[in-house]
Design a protein around this ligand. Structure first.
Ligand code: G5P
Ligand code: MG
Length: 228
């Protein structure tokens, strides 16, 4: 594990299946950077049958995004329970913000005390056919957000989480038809964010392309060390 010399406040952006969850897990292990995934938060709400979960279930299964205000509230409430979202610490956001409106809400201090702002926005670029193949073979452990892939990183015991032994599930939105809608939604709502970050803060946006998460992580790790 490596200690960084200054705080890294990181956002991972990329289409469905590009490896945001996978890179989050690796960064956590390598640099001890805590993080949250907006998709994981919603899946826990769905599992628990909360009011937000009922709405999230119907929206995510159509491959659409939740309304910006609601999503910001959900993330804010999750962050309120954590002590690490401070400008003086390193932290990582997977999947939030993913629209310009959400980015504005983060920057507008609605999510105190994140007001020091993001200082590293990573765009993951993976060929579309590779992402389709990946999500067809994905299994998840909803309580922890750990992701598996039947060919790439299969669980030690088929169908069960490596750490807890609990059952793994498939995500309903990993259906090929819904996946196509999620890709479209990414292009329409999230890609504009890349331009937003390249305009608002100099040198904050960094894009990395690759066909495997191993190749991408090697470059990401080097870049984190170089910057922080
Ligand atoms: P999510 O949960 O954020 P997406 O669509 O953004 O969902 P997803 O699908 O979770 O992103 P990922 O995290 O980028 O993809 O990818 P991953 O899970 O790490 O990797 C995918 C698979 O590939 C895994 O099985 C992994 O093991 C495998 N894999 C990784 N690397 C390799 C490799 O090198 N080789 C191979 N062979 N396999 C590999 O959001 C879900 C929904 O929630 C709502 C929306 O409805 C959204 O659609 N939502 C929001 N709505 C509004 N605003 C927000 N901010 C929202 N956030 C979530
Ligand atoms: Mg994910």
């Amino acid at each position: 594990m490596t200690r960084l010399s200054r705080p890294a406040r990181v956002l991972l952006l990329g289409p469905p299946g590009s490896g945001k969850g996978t890179q989050t897990e690796r960064l956590l292990k390598r640099f001890a950077i805590p993080g949250i995934s907006s998709g994981d938060i919603l899946r826990r709400h769905i599992r628990d049958g909360t009011e937000i979960g009922v709405l999230a279930s119907s929206i995510t299964s159509q491959g659409k995004l939740l309304p910006d205000n609601l999503m910001t509230k959900v993330v804010a409430s999750e962050l309120g329970r954590r002590r690490w979202l401070s400008p003086s610490m390193s932290w990582l956001l997977d999947g939030f913000p993913r629209t310009e409106a959400q980015a504005n809400m983060l920057d507008a201090k609605e999510l105190e005390p994140a007001h020091a702002g993001l200082n590293f926005v990573v765009e993951l670029k993976v060929p579309e056919d590779v992402m389709v193949e990946r999500i067809a073979n994905r299994l998840v452990h909803v309580p922890s957000g750990r992701v598996y892939n039947l060919t790439y990183n299969p669980p030690k015991v088929p169908g069960h989480d490596d750490i807890t032994g609990e059952p793994l599930t498939r995500r309903p939105d990993d259906d090929p038809e819904v996946f196509r809608k999620r890709i479209k939604e990414y292009r329409a709502s999230t890609e504009p964010l890349l331009e937003y970050y390249s305009k608002t803060t100099t040198n904050v946006l960094w894009s990395v392309a690759g066909e495997t998460s191993d190749a991408i992580f090697e470059r990401l790790e080097t870049e984190v060390v170089r910057r922080f």
